[in-house]
Design a protein around this ligand. Structure first.
Ligand SMILES: [Zn+2]
Length: 502
């Protein structure tokens, strides 16, 4: 029965994307949603939302379900103020508040409702919040804002049923004077037709925008506010990374993609960034070095984060993830970002080795490294900062060591990018889980014990096992690990290091 339900849901979702806003004869509960976001108050980090829910297929009670938790961020629902629900006669309907962002309401015979509320986003950008996570939810500041519809708009569901297909939304934005919008969503007659709330991203603000074509991918680059990075610097960087990564993976992607850059919604000190890739949109917040002399550091951080986020267009966004295995999505994405920058010679072999040394130090400093495997860390990644940290740093390190080992085993004829290309060619837009990825990693060479020890298990990593055959030495003198190129290299090691810029 559950399988049938799931199939029906999938079928309906598919239909929704083709026949937006038409009531379907499908048995899944589906209402029509028209929402307007207005009264932006950038300095107060707030705006108003008004939604009309019509064509409810039933007179039974319905539930408005707001996202209350995302990526370890709790109580998103506390940002909603003054929620009012009325029927089509304008009579207030008091909802039953079920907690965790769920409001149950009786639509009455009219089968239409209007829902009004104010979104006050400041709670998530207050003193207690971690700026590194600002990009994970909607934000609004004096110069710009990111609207992630998944944490702004409700899903309307039947109270009697557990299943709830996300409905398409027609969205209108009433922006402050001179503000514009950047999005991959399609606009018609002054409103956007959003098929999937979970993927919809809108950057609003005073924007500078340009579009570049990379193969069949049309990349829209949108900058908001005042940055000390100019479009002339960013555009060639986005293009170079997009081209390199498309070549790496054998891209078959086409259509609209969005790469954004905006200031943080509140004033911060020091160089920092926060980013998220959702569907085909990169959301990036950056606080540059205030000192112009340090502009190089700003650019270095930006290009590293950008290469990471842009590879998410492929991993995981072009796959259907069956389970949480962020050790792979995050670890291998971070490592491919390094290879991207190295291949473009934006980072040298020295910087590449420094990055690997940094990941190794972070792995060594993690208190869970001998107790929690990468697989286990992915499942409970928000249970502690240490498990989150482990899957990122050990995940990247393991991707790097796998790559070095594969280069040695194959005498330089294969790299981790061959595995990525293979995975993409065979599983693009299909379901993938841990077992598929592990099988891919195993079959490219002799990797049974590597996968067992370092991905499924917690065996301690000895860096010199992987460094020596490549022609690297491991220096521990300063208390931090530093990988160096050995003074004497065999001709085979010379050949292995040449592609990395030696
Ligand atoms: Zn990532």
């Amino acid at each position: 029965m559950r399988a049938l339900c799931a199939w029906r849901l999938a079928g309906c979702r598919l239909l929704f994307s083709f026949i937006a806003f038409v009531s379907l004869s499908c048995s899944v509960f589906a209402a029509t949603l028209f929402c307007q976001i207005s009264s932006f108050a950038p300095d107060e980090h707030s705006f108003k939302v008004s939604c009309t829910v019509s064509d409810l297929p039933t007179t039974e009670k319905v539930e408005l379900r707001f996202l209350d938790r995302f990526a370890g961020i709790e109580r998103l629902n506390d940002r909603i103020f003054g929620l009012q629900i009325r029927d089509s006669e304008g009579q207030r309907r008091l909802p039953e508040i079920l907690g965790n962002g769920v409001y149950r309401v009786d639509p009455g015979d009219t089968r239409n409702l209007t829902v009004d509320y104010e979104m006050r986003l400041a709670r998530l950008t207050g003193a207690a919040a971690d700026p590194g996570r600002y990009a994970l939810t909607s934000s609004l500041g004096p110069q710009s804002g990111f609207l992630l519809l998944s944490d702004i708009l409700p899903t309307v569901c039947s109270a009697a049923r557990l299943d709830c297909a996300p409905q398409p939304v027609r969205l209108k934005l009433l922006l402050p004077d001179a503000w514009q919008v950047a999005t991959t969503e399609i606009e018609s007659s002054g409103a956007f037709d959003v098929a999937d709330l979970a993927r919809a991203v809108f950057l609003v603000g005073r924007l500078e925008q340009q579009t570049i074509q990379v193969g069949a991918m049309s990349l829209q680059v949108a900058l908001a506010g005042e940055m000390n990075l100019a479009m002339e610097q960013i555009l060639p960087l986005v293009e170079a990374i997009a081209r390199q990564q498309a070549t790496f993976i054998g891209s078959r992607e086409e259509g609209k993609f969005l790469v954004t850059l905006a200031p943080f919604p509140v004033a911060l000190t020091g160089l920092r960034s926060s980013a998220l890739t959702r569907g085909r949109s990169v959301i990036m917040l950056l606080n540059p070095e205030s000192n112009d002399l340090e502009a190089k550091r700003t650019l270095a951080l930006y290009q590293k984060h950008l290469a990471h986020e842009m590879f998410h267009f492929y991993l995981p966004e072009s796959f259907v993830a069956r389970e949480n295995f962020d050790w792979f999505w995050e670890g291998f994405t971070r490592y491919v970002a390094l290879l991207t920058l190295n291949k473009l010679r934006l980072i040298s072999l020295r910087e590449y080795l420094d990055e690997l040394g940094f990941e190794f130090d972070a792995y060594k400093a993690n208190s869970l490294r001998d107790r929690l495997s990468l697989i286990a860390a992915s499942q409970g990644k928000f249970s502690s900062a240490a498990s989150y940290d482990l899957l990122y740093h050990k995940g990247t390190l393991v991707a790097g060591l796998y790559d070095l080992e594969l280069r040695v085993q194959s005498k330089g004829s294969k790299t981790v990018l061959d595995v990525m290309r293979d995975l993409y060619a065979n599983y693009r837009q299909r379901e993938v889980g841990n077992q598929t990825v592990l099988a891919m990693l195993r079959k490219t060479g002799k990797f049974d014990s590597f996968v067992r020890d370092y991905i499924e298990g917690t065996k301690s990593i000895d860096l010199s096992d992987f460094a020596k055959p490549m022609g690297f030495t491991v220096d521990n003198a300063s208390g931090r690990v530093r990988l160096n190129v050995a003074k004497k290299l065999s001709s085979q090691q010379n050949a292995l290091l040449a592609p990395l810029g030696h």
